[in-house]
Design a protein around this ligand. Structure first.
Ligand SMILES: [Zn+2]
Length: 180
């Protein structure tokens, strides 16, 4: 077989492998206990995107096996869906919880965007709040440390009418604020 023919045979395989290579590059090494939040105040909504090691919520990073693990997962999912208990937005914004989307391949939730490093798994979520005065939001009281004992640090980015901010919240602090 001449080299050119070999190349033409290999090319489709190389192309097919590309998406996986791209996924491998975006997979990040997460740190248990830490999670990331992106808060965006847009029009009448406050949107909170969360990216976290699954371990933070259930204590494992694979599909639940035992009844106890299944209950742990169900409880965590129920707590995350009741997001107005986890994220208490500045009352002056007058927000109500809207759609909550949870994504975790290990828990069979939604379409997870590629997996974390081998042996690890993430949970991603989007929490949408509908507000009558979203632009007035100056802080969010966060209940994640109370609800999930394994969590200890939140790295947050906030896109607010006042600008863009980065904040780190460490247990036991609970208030995420970005203005003085
Ligand atoms: Zn992990």
């Amino acid at each position: 077989m001449n080299p050119r023919r070999l190349l033409s045979l290999l090319a489709p395989a190389a192309l097919a492998a590309l998406p996986f290579a791209a996924m491998a590059q975006t997979a990040h090494v997460h740190v248990h206990g830490q999670l990331r939040l992106e808060v965006a105040i847009e029009g009448p909504t406050v949107i909170i995107d969360m990216d976290s090691p699954l371990d933070n919520f259930v204590g494992f990073e694979r599909a639940p096996k035992t009844d106890a693990e299944k209950k742990t997962a169900d409880d965590a999912i129920a707590q995350l869906r009741a997001a107005d208990q986890l994220f208490k937005i500045d009352p002056s914004a007058n927000c109500k919880l809207g759609p909550v989307t949870l994504r975790s391949a290990a828990l069979g939730l939604g379409k997870a965007q590629g997996d974390a490093a081998e042996g690890h798994a993430d949970l991603e979520a989007t929490f949408a709040f509908n507000c009558t005065n979203a632009q007035a939001t100056k802080f969010i009281d966060i209940g994640l440390f109370d609800a999930f004992k394994a969590t200890r640090q939140i790295d947050a980015r906030i896109a607010a009418p006042q600008g863009e901010f980065k904040r780190t919240l460490k247990r036991p602090a609970t208030r995420l604020s970005w203005t003085r």
